[in-house]
Design a protein around this ligand. Structure first.
Ligand SMILES: NC(=O)c1ccc[n+]([C@@H]2O[C@H](COP(=O)([O-])OP(=O)(O)OC[C@H]3O[C@@H](n4cnc5c(N)ncnc54)[C@H](O)[C@@H]3O)[C@@H](O)[C@H]2O)c1
Length: 272
């Protein structure tokens, strides 16, 4: 699957890794990129990339990736304006970090992790990427059927690829109960989709980034970055979003890769 001339959709595209993914797709000659984000900044980000990469069709969509109607309308618009989406990069993600159980020193009472936060994280980090991918797969299969194409044959081009954005936290990370669970669950979903889709010429793979220099990581503060993150990162610096984008495009383009890639800069956390 070459990126060149293809139509891709990227969620979480207003900034961080998602924006770097859009830029890398365009640098590799993508025909069209749909930039999706709940943040209004996605329009400005798209305008900037339109100026940088005039050969690429850039469409922007502001909305919640967890909203099924919004998802469906994005795919409708992309298909009408730019052709079938064959690269799905559902990168939008959130954290709602808190210890799983915390005992108040003075009262001695404990508080357990709020279930509402857990559900919110699962909606964005697990269900949304899975359903954006199902939407792409369904439309590719419908298109084949409508064109009277039979079963996909290995001599044909690959039909589609989705990359899920896991995390080094999927192996467990104090304070990240819901985030770690959502990212680990992507592995099970990807493994199942890849078994179901291989015979249709599609792949679903997982990229596990280490700590990357984006708003999500900067939000934890310099102190945590310097005292906890960098000492446990072999590379000794945060990963650049562009490096994750390049790793992602490798996964998109190399049809022999069907599993997971850890782009973790040598993450080796100390046990608590
Ligand atoms: N930065 C890291 O160190 C790191 C490490 C491992 C995995 N990841 C994963 O990579 C992905 C990108 O992370 P990032 O660091 O660029 O984060 P970020 O916070 O910088 O960007 C995430 C983007 O997702 C958007 N978003 C959030 N909820 C959304 C929703 N419901 N619908 C649409 N858009 C929504 C945000 O507005 C934001 O623009 C995430 O899935 C994250 O979990 C990041």
């Amino acid at each position: 699957m070459r990126v060149a001339q293809q139509t891709a959709v990227v969620s979480g595209a207003a900034g961080g890794i998602g924006l770097a993914l859009c830029r890398e797709l365009m640098r590799r000659g993508a025909g069209a990129v749909g930039m999706v984000d709940v943040a209004p900044g996605v329009s400005e980000a798209a305008a900037e990339l339109r100026r940088e990469y005039e050969q690429c069709r850039v469409l922007d969509f502001q909305g919640d990736a967890g909203d099924p109607q919004f998802r469906s309308s994005v795919f409708d618009d992309m298909q009408r304006e730019a052709g079938l989406v064959r690269i799905c990069l559902p990168c939008a993600g959130i954290t709602r970090d808190k210890l799983a159980v915390k005992v108040d020193r003075e009262s001695g009472k404990s508080r357990i992790y709020p279930v509402e936060s857990f559900r919110e994280v699962l909606e964005v980090n697990l269900l949304a990427p899975v359903y954006w991918t199902l939407e792409m797969i369904a439309r590719i299969l419908e298109d084949r059927k409508a064109k009277g194409l039979g079963k996909w044959q290995p001599e044909e081009d690959p039909q589609g690829v989705a990359v899920f954005f896991g995390s080094v936290s999927s192996l467990g990370n104090p304070g990240q109960l819901s985030y770690a669970a959502s990212k680990a669950a992507l592995e099970g979903a990807a493994a199942t989709l890849r078994m179901e889709c291989a015979r249709n010429g599609m792949r679903c793979v997982v990229l596990h980034p280490g700590y990357t220099d984006t708003g999500m990581v900067r939000a934890v503060g310099e102190e945590i970055i310097n005292e906890y993150i960098l000492p446990a990162t072999q590379l000794g610096r945060l990963i650049q979003p562009r490096e994750i984008a390049e790793a992602c495009c490798f996964l998109v383009e190399n049809a022999a890769v069907t599993g997971s890639l850890w782009a973790d800069a040598g993450w080796h956390p100390r046990p608590c």
